[in-house]
Write a protein that binds this ligand. Structure first.
Ligand code: AMP
Length: 548
């Protein structure tokens, strides 16, 4: 028997329409290159999104076209989130901090037709000028007064483009499984891979993210996502905030600047913020050095990398603020698990509470998770057994753009049972708290950005005195994780750490140059002859970097 309910498609434009009708007066405050404190209401925002939709069609963009963005967190980037997806195109957010070759690869692979870029990103595009094959127009996200000089063809000013357009536009209705957004991840080996979100996955993810036990999103709250809008849709904040009419404060290019963040959060009375551990460590240091606090800030969510205990403790003790740790991936939109209490835990001591907050949190509805052994057999949730973490659900990727999505195929991250293999190793407690204990994927995450260990190993073995090299990530107090290079030297040769580092400096991106070099007689290998990184990570479990 068929149900008799309306089959309304879940559309990103429906969030915008809801916010405009119900919360027209709510503000969106931004820092941009052209304004230190730009303010607009959701009513104005919705109007400008419609102008943008008209502008896209005037530029020749069509349903399904990829529209790239290289931008920070601000109101114009928000307009692209809604204007692009709402009109049936794909909002492809790109991290401007990646290596230029990676940025070019990503733009070309996605076949971006139009790029919307921040003024500060223009020098990068100038450098890539001869490498962007499909891009027809570049729109600089600023006003006429701040337009940079450019040698690029077809460069347009965002504000002029919008000013020419009518604010009348009917958001189209289409299948909710249509692609709405794209984000490439370099958290896997080989080239960056494109994750493609749908209207349906984005809406369901935002609904789940707005639940009281997840972010307590509400019209009573003010949020400042420090997590960039070029990385997994700023963890869904741009959608969840408008769903509930939450005031948004967007730090623009100033996201790593303690003074700007403190000033913005204090004056705009921000109650909730989200970001990677490195950001919070820097902010806590700034607050301590300047004897300041942010009275309104009640909760911060931390994710993207394991949250060091010191962050939880300092926020609680010095700022009366609760740390909520979450785990997720680009491929999981990203919400997978998040810290939330179960009845009875509210009376825990500070020590017990901190222990819980240092875990990766509990699964939210919509995400199923399991841990498996090497035979793909499920392991118990006893907090002891650890295995490969797998997840599935409506906002988990089933494949990558342009690669096979047939389960079991080596290009596809999903197994025959429909589980997505995260590449993380974890335990799960009887209460459902996830603890990430290791990683099987061969990449290092430093300050929220991925570094390829293979790239460093390849560069190192190019030295004639190095016979074999392995790179693992080790804990670092500022960056959470930094690369440690472990070398086996050729018979009879000797090298110092500094000599190895000097050799690598010209060959690797600055962030990829290891923070430590160790020498061993031999490296551990698995039965199939591969480097046994799990073994190496055990051997170097207590390693401390020299400069730390
Ligand atoms: P990305 O796709 O760049 O967002 O990276 C996702 C990966 O970051 C995960 O697979 C984990 O390896 C790591 N990660 C994310 N959140 C956490 C966390 N709370 N604790 C430990 N690792 C995390």
């Amino acid at each position: 028997m068929q149900a008799l309910m309306m089959n309304s498609q879940l559309m990103i434009s429906s969030i915008l329409k809801h916010a405009e009708k119900n919360f027209p007066e709510v503000e969106m405050v931004s820092v941009t290159v052209d304004s230190p404190r730009h303010r607009q209401t959701y009513k104005t925002f919705a109007k400008r999104c419609r102008q943008l939709a008209n502008a896209l069609s005037a530029l020749g963009a069509e349903f399904g076209d990829r529209i790239g963005t290289l931008a920070w967190n601000d109101f114009r980037h928000m307009e692209l989130y809604y204007g692009v997806s709402g009109s049936g195109m794909v909002c492809h957010t790109i991290n401007p901090k990646l290596f230029p070759e990676q940025v070019a690869y990503i733009i070309n692979h996605a076949e971006d037709k139009i790029l919307f870029v921040d003024v500060l990103v223009m020098p990068l595009l100038e450098a890539l000028k001869d490498h962007l094959s499909k891009v027809e127009t570049i729109v600089v996200m600023t006003d006429r007064a701040h337009m940079p000089e450019s040698t690029l063809p077809n460069v347009v000013c965002y504000e002029e483009l919008l000013a020419e357009q009518s604010d009348e536009y009917e958001w189209p209705q289409f299948d909710e499984n249509t692609a709405s957004g794209m984000c490439y991840t370099s958290g896997t080996t080989g080239h960056p891979k494109g994750v493609v979100y749908s209207h349906r996955s984005t809406l369901l993810h935002a609904l789940s993210g707005a639940l009281p036990d997840v972010t307590t999103a509400s019209n009573m709250e003010t949020t400042l996502p420090v997590v960039p809008m070029f990385h997994v849709n700023a963890w869904g904040a741009p959608y969840a905030a408008l769903m509930v009419g939450m005031k948004m404060v967007l730090p623009g290019p100033k996201m790593a600047d303690g003074e700007t963040l403190t000033d913005l959060m204090t004056s705009e009375e921000v109650t909730f913020s989200s970001g990677v551990p490195t950001i919070w460590l820097a902010l806590l240091d700034y607050l301590a050095a300047n004897n300041k606090t942010i009275p309104s800030l009640a909760r911060v969510s931390v994710g993207g990398a394991a949250c060091p205990r010191i962050i939880v403790e300092r926020f609680r003790e010095q700022h009366n603020c609760t740390v909520v740790q979450g785990w997720g991936m680009t491929e999981t939109s990203p919400l997978g698990t998040i810290f939330s209490l179960k009845k009875g835990m509210e009376n825990y001591s500070d020590e017990q509470m901190t222990d819980l907050q240092c875990l990766q949190g509990r699964g939210v509805f919509g995400i199923e998770m399991c841990i498996v052994d090497e035979n793909n057999e499920e392991l118990p949730w006893d907090g002891e057994a650890f295995g490969a973490l797998k997840v599935r659900g409506p906002w988990v990727a089933k494949g990558y753009f342009g690669l096979s999505d047939v389960p079991g195929n080596e290009e596809c991250p999903v197994d025959e049972k429909g589980w997505f293999n995260t590449g993380d190793v974890a335990t799960i407690s009887p209460d459902g708290f996830l603890q990430i204990t290791d990683r099987t994927k061969d990449v290092i995450k430093s300050g929220g950005e991925w570094i390829s260990s293979i790239e460093i190993e390849n560069a190192a073995v190019n030295h004639e005195d190095i016979a074999e090299a392995a790179v693992i990530g080790r804990y670092h107090p500022k960056w959470t994780e930094r690369p440690l290079l472990i070398c086996v030297l050729q018979e009879g040769k000797s090298l110092s750490s500094e000599e190895v580092l000097e050799f690598l400096r010209g060959k690797l991106h600055k962030m990829a140059v290891p923070d430590g070099v160790e020498f061993v007689d031999e490296l551990p290998h698995t039965a199939t002859g591969k480097l046994n990184k799990l073994g190496l990570r055990k051997t170097f479990a207590d390693y401390e970097f020299p400069a730390a």
